[in-house]
Design a protein around this ligand. Sequence first.
Ligand SMILES: Cc1ncc(COP(=O)(O)O)c(C=O)c1O
Length: 372
Amino acid sequence: MRARTSDPSTLAPDYVRGIARYIPGKPVEELAREFGLDPARIVKLASNENPRGAGPAVRKAIAAAVEDLARYPDGNGFALKTALAARFGVGADDIVLGNGSNDILELVTQAFLRPGDTAVYSRHAFAVYPLATQARGATGIEVPATKDYGHDLAGMRAAIAPTTRIVFVANPNNPTGTWIAPTALESFIASVPEDVLVVLDEAYNEYLRPEQCAPSAAWTGRYPNLVVSRTFSKAYGLAALRVGYGIMNAKVAEMLNRVRQPFNVNALAQAAALAALADVAYVEESRARNTEGRAVLEQSFATLGLTFVPSHANFVLVKVGDAGRVYQRLLEQGVIVRPVANYGLPEWLRVTVGTDAENRRFLDALAVALGR
Ligand SMILES: Cc1ncc(COP(=O)(O)O)c(C=O)c1O
């Protein structure tokens, strides 16, 4: 007879039990409950969301899709993949849809990592890379971020070991907002051995100026080991719906399709993403407003004498000293930002660019929190 275990969590593999849980930004409702605040007065600049909300075309598409809630979504995402394929000049078979781009990151590790393998990523890079790596029993190789908090591509190339199956590159990176120029990026991709996948995470791509954008979709035709991930959560304003996509060699896509849930992207998300993709003006306006708001935050940090990492995304990483205390003092004033101690940055906070009014509320609250 098998002995009973008093702690059923011990049944999970050690590598799962060793995972440090992802810490999301504090939800507005939670802060309202904890501090007895009016949710309508709370400003959340903690999860790099688009402060504009979804556009009218998206709302209309969702309203139409609501009529069909009893039916499963198109598990193959035909309409959305066709539109993305046309946009990027790739085949529909080169695209995998995800429940957020987070799903794409998970699917790549699920399909390509096994216990004993390694994955390379930068220090201060997106937290999901180590999480997804560990969840497969693989081991992360973290490379010091020696380039002003950005990725050290030469160091990352040198860190690739015979056991390495994946190297993650975030461009721009979260939480640092750092960016790698296309020429340096392509040289890196070309230098990576063909039996190692390069996962190029471009969640914040739409916030770059057009001339800063790498032709990454076209690169997937040249580099069969390249996986590009993108999202509708940021500049497209659809974070709540969870929809993203990956562009990659069709043979790699086929492996991701084998391990993904059959209906991983829901029908409302597919309809909304299709409408959002067509609304080019919405994304351009979001980028323009973000650039202005980001400049206001960065200039204000400079005026306050605070060090910050110049950002290429929709958030700024700023050094405030005792970040835990400043975070709490902001919460007391109804402003939620993101502590990043779990990213090895205990003296820093990450602040999402909000609307003009939200940015002002945050900056006023910051001055109070810092005792200025
Ligand atoms: C660098 C990066 N990649 C991927 C994601 C995942 O976003 P989503 O799953 O909403 O597409 C995020 C979210 O914050 C991110 O910062």
